[in-house]
Design a binder for this molecule. Structure first.
Ligand SMILES: Cc1cc2nc3c(=O)[nH]c(=O)nc-3n(C[C@H](O)[C@H](O)[C@H](O)COP(=O)(O)OP(=O)(O)OC[C@H]3O[C@@H](n4cnc5c(N)ncnc54)[C@H](O)[C@@H]3O)c2cc1C
Ligand code: FES
Length: 351
């Protein structure tokens, strides 16, 4: 799997772009905005952070949306798909052509793609399938085969079913109410799809529970998963630590990493899904955490000098703890460590 240096070097830009279209697509809205610099830098899996509410709004936080598509028209346009759920997205749904939006992007690390032709299964839950179609195009350029597995609660919440059927080698759809495709959820049919498609690698975007289950099932077949997670974000640029989640690095150490800059794409088997929303006790920088080498040294010292000394070592080790997540040193350590996670193939949402 590769992310070239030029991909990583092309940083985000902030643009004031004109809205070209806002259209209903079943349960969602698709918005196209003129944003030349964003379109030119985009790689599948990246997202935009959009200012909402207008210049006098109290809604200070930008809203993050996966980029669905970019086109060269008007110097470069960006399309994203969203569900109108809270104040910000309802405001966006009310925008019209010729309105001007402040957009920052592309943000985050893109999906890594295989070096060699591979059988790729793209799994999307709800609007989580939106970023998968540009990925499919890129995979085909690499002579990879692309199969789709899309699911949602109801048929109108499956985004892109027609495109998946038209462009995928195969496309399986599931809905919980049975209104489209097979009744059930994507993981009900995942084993069957993996067998039939002879899947080498899975890319997934959808709700956290879906990502967790996909990763667990794929692990049974030794299939790597690249998961695009939609962890709540505030700044979107790596400063505030709102978006951290526990991820185990190749060195076995769990770090609280920022999904906005270290993700949003992670290797599924390295995300500690059950611990999301917490700081696990064994995470780097967690209260009581100590480096393994120091821990071993402490134990050896305790064995040599007796119980009284052991208590002393314990105190010393506590003061030598790494920084807690949120401190600048903590974020500095977590970023580079996680860069190593994307060495192998492996893929994230919706409703
Ligand atoms: C990388 C990424 C990609 C995303 N892609 C899409 C997409 O393609 N389509 C789409 O509809 N939504 C997407 N989301 C979720 C989207 O950002 C939230 O739905 C949106 O922020 C909600 O804003 P609101 O004002 O309507 O809701 P409110 O609940 O009023 O939002 C208040 C704040 O809560 C946070 N928030 C609330 N819900 C979420 C959520 N589910 N995920 C992350 N932050 C949340 C936001 O930071 C927001 O600033 C994505 C999120 C991330 C992190
Ligand atoms: S959203 Fe602020 S660090 Fe990720």
């Amino acid at each position: 799997m590769t992310n070239t240096a030029s991909e990583m070097e092309a940083g985000p830009v902030q643009v004031r772009g004109t809205v070209l279209t806002v259209r209903r697509v079943d349960a969602y809205y698709a918005m196209t905005v003129v944003a030349p610099g964003v379109a030119a830098r985009f790689r599948p899996g990246q997202f935009v952070a959009v200012a909402v509410g207008g210049p006098d709004s109290s809604m200070l936080l930008r809203r993050a949306f996966s980029i669905h598509d970019v086109r060269p028209d008007h110097g470069g346009t960006v399309e994203f798909v969203f569900a109108a759920r809270g104040r910000g997205t309802r405001w966006l749904a009310g925008c019209r052509a010729r309105d001007v939006l402040d957009v920052t992007g592309p943000l985050g690390r893109p999906f890594p793609v295989p070096r060699h032709p591979a059988s790729c299964l793209l799994i999307g839950g709800g609007y989580g399938s939106a970023p998968l179609f540009s990925l499919a195009g890129r995979l085909r350029e690499r002579r990879c085969s692309v199969d789709f597995l899309l699911g949602a609660a109801t048929g109108d919440r499956v985004f892109g079913a027609l495109t998946a059927r038209r462009t995928g080698r195969t496309a399986m759809i599931t809905t919980e109410d049975g209104s489209l495709g097979t009744r059930g959820i994507v993981t009900d049919v995942l084993s069957q799809v993996i067998h039939e498609a002879r899947t080498d690698v899975i890319y997934a975007c959808g709700p956290m529970p879906m990502l967790r289950q996909v990763t667990a099932l794929a692990g049974g077949y030794d299939i790597p998963v690249q998961a695009l997670v939609e962890e709540s974000m505030a700044c979107g640029i790596g400063v505030c630590m709102t978006c951290v989640l526990p991820v185990a690095g190749s060195d076995g150490i769990t770090r609280m990493v920022r999904s906005c800059v270290d993700g949003p794409v992670f290797r599924g088997d390295q995300v500690r899904w059950d611990d999301i929303g917490t700081i696990p006790f064994d995470a780097f920088g967690a209260p009581g955490w100590e480096p393994r080498s120091q821990h071993r040294a402490g134990m050896a010292g305790a064995a040599a000098t007796g119980a009284g000394q052991a208590a002393g070592n314990g105190t010393g080790a506590a003061s030598a703890n790494g920084p807690v997540p949120g401190s600048s040193a903590g974020s500095g350590r977590s970023g580079p460590g996680e860069a190593a996670q994307r060495r192998s193939p492996g893929a994230g949402h919706g409703d």
